[in-house]
Design a protein around this ligand. Structure first.
Ligand code: SAM
Ligand code: SF4
Length: 398
């Protein structure tokens, strides 16, 4: 059996015409200072003026959602994702959050996250984000090896990542997470262990750990074709995945999703809305969208800045329909997303929703998963080995 595991992480946000269903918002910031050599996320290197104009468009987009009756209830979670949202000035983040507060309100305990890149983010800027209402930062550390950072095309150093943590705490953030990449070219278990130990010393509240995926069309794909990337094989990849699990759970983190670890009470509430297939609004070019009413509809805002500007200047909704789910599709996606989480997919909820049990709906797929997927305390869950082979097993449900 081949080990097929990818750090599949999707940017799903939503535009929903069922106001009761959505109290989350994703804001896509498609700008970066430079392009990392492995990344195929929608982000561009643009001027400050272009970024400023985009923030104005985001404001219009929010107004449009509000006027159309979509944005109606106080938001429980807001996520500024990218790209590099820390390229926005604090006053820009503040103005968007104030607008939201005036339009629909932010729940008293709303989780407001912002993704940041180390380097060029000083204490004043972090204090500004905190004052604007951001209460959760997610820092793209990736690795603490300066050589590897250079090879990935990251524009920062280990030292800058470490300084960021100090500054974040000084600025008043008590919910600080970071992204780690593993399976990097030339990486050994010892180097990964150094990364994990170094990160744990920074005392993050949350860690997202993604295995490097070589995406078509990226400079890394070219290097791979030319035989210039010394990537780990399946056995080493497996060692890395299990090592991360051991180290982080040993340090008190909960492995609550296939790629995500959190200290108790610190799991990312925003991302949980996605894995639990709950509705979530979204603004910004490149954002995907999900409306949970019926069996669910996914929309997206095409990754095209010119189109985004044109539509909003004309007062038109920039979202386009991507996928409408029927019952079978909704059942399959409920499992595809839900089984990524430690809590799994609960039989009662599934039967209430679809009028059938998981075993009745997918007998062959369950047989294929064997002991890797079990029902415990009423919920279907993969074990760690099952997560390692996730792509291999889950394909049978789709
Ligand atoms: C879209 S990025 C946004 C965060 C921020 N721009 C950064 O890079 O620091 C979210 C995370 O996806 C991960 N990522 C991006 N491309 C990846 C790839 N090809 N393989 C594995 N992880 C990837 C990185 O860990 C990154 O921090
Ligand atoms: S900073 Fe993040 S979003 Fe930007 S290119 Fe690098 S990985 Fe991609």
């Amino acid at each position: 059996m081949s080990l097929i595991f990818s750090a599949t992480f999707h940017r799903i946000s939503a535009v929903c015409d069922n106001p009761a269903a959505a109290s989350s918002l994703y804001v896509h910031i498609p700008f970066c200072s430079s392009k990392c050599l492995y990344c195929d996320f929608f982000s561009r290197v643009v001027s400050r003026e272009q970024r400023d104009e985009y923030v104005g468009l985001l404001g219009r987009h929010l107004e449009l959602l509000h006027l159309s009756g979509d944005l109606t209830q106080p938001l429980e979670t807001v996520f500024f994702g990218g790209g590099t949202p820390s390229l926005l000035r604090p006053e820009q983040v503040a103005s968007l959050l104030e607008r939201l507060n005036t339009m629909v309100g932010l729940a008293e305990n709303a989780e407001i996250s912002l993704e940041a890149n180390p380097g060029k983010v000083d204490l004043q800027r972090l204090r500004g984000y905190r004052q604007a209402g951001v209460n959760r930062l997610s820092l793209g550390v990736q690795t603490l090896q300066d050589d590897a950072l250079r090879q990935l095309g990251r524009g920062h150093t280990r030292c800058q990542a470490e300084e960021f943590f100090d500054r974040g705490r000084q600025a008043g953030f008590d919910n600080l997470g970071c992204d780690l990449m593993f399976g990097l070219p030339g990486q050994t278990p010892d180097l990964l262990l150094q990364d994990l130990e170094g990160l744990l010393r920074l005392q993050p509240d949350h860690l997202s750990c993604y295995g490097l995926t070589v995406e078509p069309g990226t400079p890394f794909a070219g290097q791979q074709r030319r035989g210039q990337l010394d990537l780990p094989g399946e056995e080493l990849f497996r060692t890395f995945y299990l090592m991360i699990h051991e180290e982080l759970t040993g340090a008190g983190f909960e492995h609550y999703e296939i790629s995500n670890y959190a200290r108790p009470g610190r799991l990312c509430r925003h991302n949980m809305t996605y894995w639990q297939r709950r509705g979530c609004h979204g603004v910004g070019a490149g954002a995907h969208a999900f409306c949970a009413s019926g069996y669910g509809r996914r929309r997206w805002i095409p990754a095209d800045l010119r189109r985004y500007r044109r539509f909003l200047q004309q007062g038109r909704d920039p979202a386009a329909r991507l996928e409408s789910f029927d019952r079978l599709g909704a059942m399959a996606e409920t499992l595809y997303l839900g089984l990524r989480c430690r809590q799994g997919v609960c039989e009662n909820g599934f039967r209430e929703r679809f009028d059938v049990t998981v075993a009745e709906a997918f007998p062959e797929a369950l047989k294929h998963c064997g002991a890797r997927l079990r029902k415990q305390q009423g919920c279907w869950r993969f074990d760690l080995e099952g997560w390692l082979l996730y792509d291999h097993f889950i394909v049978n449900f789709l």
